[in-house]
Write a protein that binds this ligand. Structure first.
Ligand code: NDP
Ligand code: PYC
Length: 345
C-alpha cells in the first residue's frame, strides 16, 4: 500500500491493541479477546470495525458503561440452548467461552443455540460465524444494537443497524460467509464518511426532519434507513425479536434508552445458531457440501463474486505483506497507548 507508514503482522497488531486496552483498564482476558477481533477487522480490510473502534471502547470504559473485568459465566442445562452471562463486559470473551460447548451440542443434536446476555457489543459478526465454520458447522449470528434506523415508512430512529451473519463450511478453502448490517450501511461507515469529510451515497439516511440527506453529520443526528425497503425493515424487526425480546435482553430502543447516547458501545444480547449439515442431511440422498460447492461454482461461473471474497483476499495480502497502517493510524495508536483513558473525552 503506497501511503503505508508501517506494516505489522496480525500478532504484533493484536499486541499493540491489547496493550492500549490494558492501559485503559481492561483485564487481560478482555483485552486479548477484543484485540483479536479488532486486529482481524484491520487485517481483513473491514475498516468500519478495525482500529478506529478502539477509541469507542475506551470512551465506553471511561464512562463506566462496560465492566472491565467481569468473568463470563456459562449456564448449561443440557438442552440445545447454551447461555453465557457476560456481566456487562464486552462480548468477545463471552463468545469464546461459549463456542466449544455450542459446537459440541450442535454436533450432538444437529442444531444448537448460543445466547449471550448482558454484553457490550460493537464488533463485526463474521469472526464468530467463521469460528463455527472452522468446526465444520453452518452458523447464523444476529444482534440488535441501539436505535439509529427508522422503520420503512417512518422517520424516527427505532431499529438498530442489527447485523446478520451466516457461514457455510467449504471443504477446500475459506467458508462462504456474509455479514452485513440490516441498515443500508453500518453506522461505522457513516462515521468514517464524517471523519473523511465525504458525502454519503443517496438513500442511506434521513435528517432530523425526515428529509433525505447525504450529510454524515445530519444522518447521525437523524436516522439511517434499512436496506431493501420493507424487506430490510422486516428482517431488522426479526433481529429485535429473536436476539432481543426472545432471549430476555434489550431491543435497540431499550439499549439506547439505557445508554442515552450513541457515542458509546451499546449493551444488549446476541443469538448464535449452529447447524450440523451432516445431521440435517442424514438419510437423504446427496452430500450437502458437494451441493454447496456446485451452487458456489454456478454463482462464480456467472462472473459474480462470493461474499467475503474481497475480505479473504485482503487477509491473504495482509498475511503476505503485513497489515498496512497509515501515519495517522500509527499516531493514533501511539496517542492511545501513551494517554490511556486521558486520550478520550
Ligand atoms: P458491507 O455492505 O460492507 O458487506 C456486507 C457483506 O456483503 C460482506 O460479506 C461483503 O463481502 C458482501 N459483499 C459486498 N459486496 C458484494 C458483492 N458485490 N458481491 C457479493 N458479496 C458482496 O457490510 P455492512 O457495512 O452492512 O456491515 C459491515 C460490518 O459491520 C459487518 O461486519 C457487521 O457485522 C458490522 N456491524 C456490527 C454491528 C454491531 O452492532 N455489532 C452493527 C452493524 C454492523 P466482502 O467483505 O468480501 O466485501
Ligand atoms: O457499525 O452500525 C454499526 C455498529 C453499531 C454498533 C456497533 N457497530
Amino acid at each position: 500500500m503506497a501511503d503505508a507508514a508501517t506494516t505489522l503482522d496480525f500478532e504484533a497488531l493484536g499486541e499493540r491493541i491489547g496493550a492500549i486496552l490494558r492501559r485503559g483498564g481492561l483485564s487481560d482476558l478482555h483485552a486479548r479477546a477484543l484485540a483479536r477481533v479488532i486486529a482481524a477487522g484491520e487485517r481483513d480490510g473491514a475498516k468500519s470495525h478495525g482500529i478506529y473502534r478502539i477509541e469507542g471502547c475506551l470512551r465506553t470504559l471511561k464512562a463506566g458503561k462496560v465492566s472491565p473485568d467481569a468473568v463470563p459465566d456459562l449456564v448449561d442445562d443440557g438442552s440445545g440452548i447454551i447461555r453465557v452471562l457476560a456481566g456487562g463486559a464486552f462480548s468477545p470473551a463471552a463468545f469464546a467461552l461459549g463456542v466449544p460447548r455450542l459446537a459440541e451440542r450442535a454436533r450432538t443434536h444437529g442444531l444448537a443455540a448460543l445466547v449471550l446476555n448482558d454484553c457490550v457489543h460493537f464488533s463485526a459478526l463474521w469472526p464468530e460465524v467463521e469460528a463455527l465454520a472452522d468446526e465444520g458447522l453452518a452458523a447464523l449470528a444476529l444482534c440488535p444494537s441501539y436505535a439509529t434506523v427508522a422503520p420503512v415508512g417512518g422517520t424516527r430512529p427505532l431499529l438498530g443497524t442489527n447485523p446478520f451473519a451466516f457461514a457455510w463450511p467449504r471443504p477446500d478453502g475459506p467458508p462462504y460467509v456474509f455479514d452485513f448490517a440490516t441498515s443500508v450501511a453500518a453506522r461505522g461507515e457513516i462515521e468514517l464518511h464524517r471523519r473523511a469529510g465525504r458525502p454519503l451515497p443517496e438513500g442511506w439516511a434521513i435528517d432530523e426532519d425526515g428529509a433525505p440527506t447525504t450529510d454524515p453529520a445530519a444522518a447521525l443526528a437523524g436516522a439511517m434507513l434499512p436496506f431493501g425497503g420493507h424487506k430490510g425493515s422486516a428482517i431488522s424487526t426479526m433481529v429485535e425479536l429473536l436476539a432481543g425480546a426472545m432471549i430476555g435482553d434489550l431491543t435497540s430502543r431499550g439499549a439506547l434508552d439505557a445508554l442515552g447516547t450513541t457515542t458509546l458501545a451499546p449493551r444488549h444480547g446476541e443469538l448464535i445458531l449452529a447447524f450440523s449439515p451432516e445431521r440435517f442431511a442424514a438419510g437423504r440422498p446427496g452430500d450437502p457440501f458437494a451441493a454447496g460447492e456446485s451452487l458456489f461454482a454456478a454463482i462464480l461461473a456467472q462472473g459474480a463474486r462470493l461474499p467475503s471474497q474481497r475480505r479473504f483476499a485482503a487477509r491473504r495480502s495482509s498475511e503476505r505483506e503485513g497489515i498496512a497502517l497509515t501515519a495517522d493510524e500509527v499516531a493514533m495508536l501511539d496517542r492511545l497507548e501513551t494517554l490511556g483513558l486521558d486520550a478520550v473525552s
